[in-house]
Design a protein around this ligand. Structure first.
Ligand code: TRP
Length: 327
């Protein structure tokens, strides 16, 4: 039987090719050796002010995006976190052994307080506790996450140790598996692709949008005219080639750039075609899924039905350890 692990999907935002080559492809590859639980973490999404009507849309959108990108509901359990209330129960139990001082030092909390100074709520403070509950509930050995989540994983390991030392050996300490796939630089040529920087190629961009974004994307800044030779190693478009193009095209473009044999416009066209080939089936599949929202909803419900017995087994063990089991 494949072991489980939990990883959380925020019900927000569109996915871009940086997410795809960073996290999603790694998740897809983990589906064979584990039975992962991918939860759309709506309970975490409530820690900042939100519009209830909007939440429905965001949840379906996130589910459709990840399914379209290749998460397979046969191999993975894709569920809505709030449909498995054991997450909340374990979070509460962990709350009762969490020192407030420890939580207040978590960098993501300090950052959120800076961003939302007028809504510093208990949920926000306890965000890492709920995340620890998500992870420990499925006895995760590994948790694939981005680098920004490492402090939360450290906290989770601490909570596993603390629980074990107070109530006897129950949880093992989960290790983070960093999604350090290709770091895709944004179309600005400087920063990592990031929604807030408006430098992304999204998985639902049209062919036209992709061409347009690439046409205006930065190349080697020293190559000012068509006849100037360039340096592919400092060119952002070349970094895209390395991810998307064939070995021959990569060699041709590198050589062509150094000798001014190929211009940036043509070089961009080659990579644009490949990005379009990658994005098009994802975009279409996402559209199909969103045209049948009740199917997506059913999938999240049946995912929760599969996750619940796993969560309940741990929950029962925990109740026994903490002395609240009645029989
Ligand atoms: N905090 C994570 C993020 O912002 C989402 C998340 C919630 C998560 N619970 C989790 C990630 C459990 C991994 C494991 O991306």
């Amino acid at each position: 039987m494949r072991k489980h692990f939990f990883s959380g999907i925020q019900p927000s935002g569109r996915l871009h090719i940086g997410n795809y080559f960073g996290a999603i492809r790694q998740w897809i590859s983990l589906q064979d050796s584990y039975e992962p639980v991918f939860g759309i973490v709506d309970l975490h999404g409530m820690t900042v002010r939100y519009d209830p009507k909007d939440m429905q849309v965001r949840v379906l959108d996130a589910a459709a995006s990840y399914l379209a990108a290749g998460l397979d509901p046969e191999k993975s359990i894709i569920m809505l976190q709030s449909l498995v209330p054991e997450h909340v129960e374990l979070a509460w139990i962990l709350n009762c052994i969490t020192p407030m001082g420890r939580l207040s030092r978590i960098p993501t909390f300090k950052e959120k307080v800076r961003q939302n100074p007028d809504n510093v709520n208990m949920g926000l403070f306890g965000y890492p506790v709920l995340m620890a509950a998500d992870i420990l509930l499925y006895k995760s050995e590994i948790v694939p996450v981005g680098e920004d989540q490492v402090p939360h994983l450290e906290f989770t390991r601490e909570m596993a140790r603390r629980f074990n030392s107070i109530f006897s050996e129950t949880f093992q300490e989960p290790a983070e598996v960093l999604s350090n796939g290709a770091k895709i630089v944004g179309t600005d040529g400087i920063n990592k692709m990031s929604k807030s920087l408006d430098n992304c190629i999204y998985l639902d961009d049209t062919d036209k949008e992709i061409s347009k974004k690439l046409a205006s994307a930065m190349t080697d800044p020293a190559r000012k005219r068509r006849d100037d030779p360039g340096d592919p190693d400092v060119c952002n478009i070349f970094s895209y080639h390395k991810v998307f193009s064939t070995p021959e095209e990569i060699a041709q473009c590198a050589e062509g750039c150094r000798t001014a044999g190929i211009g940036c416009v043509d070089c961009k066209k080659i990579v644009a075609a490949h990005i379009q080939e990658t994005v098009a089936p994802i975009r279409e599949r996402r559209k199909e899924l969103l045209a049948r929202p009740s199917d997506v909803r059913d999938l999240l419900k049946s995912g929760a039905d599969r996750a619940r017995p796993i969560a309940q087994e741990t929950r029962n063990e925990v109740r026994e350890k903490i002395g609240t089991k009645l029989d």
